[in-house]
Write a protein that binds this ligand. Structure first.
Ligand code: ATP
Length: 317
């Protein structure tokens, strides 16, 4: 199947900048994939997302979105993408529905009518469907002024989906939201992916949000530094995991570990062992002592990310 996003040697050089913001990156995203694009401040994420969604011109390279060239077929690209940018762009004096109505008429999806009931039935049905999924059905006709940050984000996501895009670009969609609002946005996005098979391209600073991505692309200084599934990235960048074992007969356990050639460190909760992938299972399988504790911790994506940014890897105790 043709990739839904194909980026080949993309370069962006801003005027007067001494080095490119995006320095020749290539990657592909499959239809329905959840693709996380991560990197430190200034890595080139917003620049890339802006080029992919046709709001910024590229310097070099080829990009196709849903099979359309971002320059020659920009209108088709826009029809296929929904975009949520970092800064909310809602009119606070309008109701949620009025914000959506304005947006769909500006984008030529439906003609503007001064009243909701004068809008086509298809529009009214779609708005209700989406409001239901996102949980804004009771707020649809209320002014956005009284909305919380999470509700505003949901409204923006809803608005970006009115034209049934195949790809949703989200640039830090949960920035500044509290944990419960972030959680509820993610529940909604997950449901959307399941129900509508939509491709999600995400940038975020909350690394735990990318743990569930199908693939993660890490960029630093405008270049790709790692690309793969979260597990591959962790293996590649984060180093070993950690296991803590305890037994009522700790001396026998220590002897067994020594015989198995598994170095350990004694700590208040038990014996800590550093182990690479697959090793933990082998060690546990070789033990006869009854265990009172078995705690295995694999590196997180955040640890992999930090090892990339700071050059230090491994699971911290
Ligand atoms: N309009 C612009 N003119 C000149 N340089 C720019 C412009 N926009 C961004 N840059 C520079 O390009 C580089 C990449 O910026 P970009 O905003 O794409 O990074 P980012 O990864 O999205 O960062 P953040 O996580 O902070 O949003 C940075 O060095 C930035 O200073």
């Amino acid at each position: 199947m043709e990739p839904i996003i194909a980026v080949n040697n993309l370069v962006k050089r801003y005027k007067k900048a001494d080095k490119p913001a995006v320095g020749g990156i290539s990657f592909e995203v499959k239809q329905g994939e959840f693709f996380a694009f991560l990197g430190p401040n200034g890595a080139g994420k917003t620049t890339t997302i802006s080029i992919l969604t046709t709001t910024l011109s590229k310097t070099e390279g080829q990009v196709t979105i849903a099979g359309y060239d971002i320059e020659r077929e920009a209108a088709e690209v826009r029809r296929n993408v929904g975009i949520i940018f970092q800064n909310p762009s809602l009119d606070l004096d309008l109701t949620a529905e009025e914000n959506i109505r304005l947006h769909v008429s500006i984008y030529g999806i439906y003609g503007y009518r001064p009243l909701y009931r004068m809008m086509p039935a298809e529009y009214r049905q779609r708005i209700h469907e989406l409001a239901e999924v996102v949980g804004l059905q009771d707020q649809l006709f209320k002014k956005v002024k009284g909305f919380s940050g999470g509700m505003k984000r949901k409204l923006e996501i809803m608005r970006s989906l009115m034209h049934n895009p195949r790809i949703l670009f989200l640039d830090e969609p949960t920035q500044g939201l509290d944990a419960s609002a972030r959680q509820s946005i993610w529940t909604y996005l997950k449901q959307l992916r399941k129900e509508q098979k939509i491709t999600v391209f995400l940038t975020t600073h909350y690394l735990e949000e990318a743990e569930e991505a199908d693939r993660v692309c890490m960029v630093t200084g405008g270049k790709i530094s790692a690309l793969g599934t979260p597990d591959e990235i962790k293996r590649q960048l984060a180093g070993p995991g950690m296991m803590v074992l305890a037994s009522d007969d700790i001396e026998t356990l220590k002897n067994e570990l020594t015989l198995l050639n598994a170095p350990f460190v004694e700590e208040p909760g038990g014996l800590r062992i550093t182990c690479w992938e697959g090793q933990a299972q082998k060690i546990v399988a070789g033990l006869k002592s009854p265990l009172t504790k078995l705690d295995i911790r694999q590196p997180t994506l955040e640890e992999a990310y930090l090892s990339l940014v700071t050059g230090k890897g491994g699971v911290s105790a």
